[in-house]
Design a protein around this ligand. Sequence first.
Ligand code: UDP
Ligand code: MG
Length: 313
Amino acid sequence: MSQPTFSIIAPIYNEIGNLDELHRRISETMAKAGGAWEFVLVDDGSTDGSSQRIAEIAAGDDHVRPVIFARNFGHQIAVTAGLDYSRGDAIVIIDSDLQDPPEVILDLIAKWREGYEVVYAGRADRAGESWFKKASARFFYRLIDRLTSIKIPLDTGDFRLMDRKVVSVLNSMREHHRFLRGMSAWVGFKQTGVEYKRAARFAGETHYPFRKMLQLALTAITGFSFFPLQVASYLGFVSAGIAVIAIPVVITLRIMGNQAFFGQATTLLAVLFFGGVQLISLGILGEYIGRLYDEARGRPLYIVRDAPETPED
Ligand code: UDP
Ligand code: MG
């Protein structure tokens, strides 16, 4: 197929119950988009037969380009591969569980035609998700907003349209620990948003348990902020300051015969407190160093077992 106008990217991890419905609704929507399109399905090491189903769908529809990973590499990496393989002038990232209604793509395209280069879809409402998931997502977006200098629109996921110009820049950013929402805000360009109601999953269950959300939050924070590294020096200045004031006070009290600072409890508490602070600071350092190490090794971001062609073709 020659150069399509639109590329739709969907990362797939064990979504066997959603694939056909996703394909049907994307095809229906894109028929109204007014332009040639391709549908890049990235199989992120599924073990439920999704890979085979993707191959079958691709065999019956030449809009579909399957990229099959050798193992599970994670959502952000799957989307990255989709960006590498897509060839359109406008590229849309969408979840494969139909939580992002494919019909919203038409609104994204309308904004792109107005001249915007990044059109993100904001979640006005989230259906079918637990209280805990919503509250932690809310907290997560606000924390990142406070800690980092880039302005990531609140309550947006990866569901967005990006112009080829933006995707070319993103494709040149080969960091291993990726937070695409942050990266696509960081690059600048003309950005705008549309609102949509986030639906419940069509089938299956979330692959983002709390542990993975925490990992993503750490990636977002370490990827866009040095603040956690500086916390140790702030705490150091504060505790050194307290010590400088406390030393003459304690000496004076002792000389005057006051017994307020006798005993082990004060010593023990101070040792525990500062031991804790130091270990936490070391842990924070470790987070950054581990990430540095991953970058230094320079391994590929993902390994493809099967794809019709290389990204450059
Ligand atoms: N996903 C993926 N690899 C993973 C986990 C998830 O490609 O390791 C895909 C998944 O198939 C879905 C999208 O990422 O298309 C979002 O995942 P999910 O719906 O589980 O997350 P939630 O919407 O609950 O945050
Ligand atoms: Mg989902």
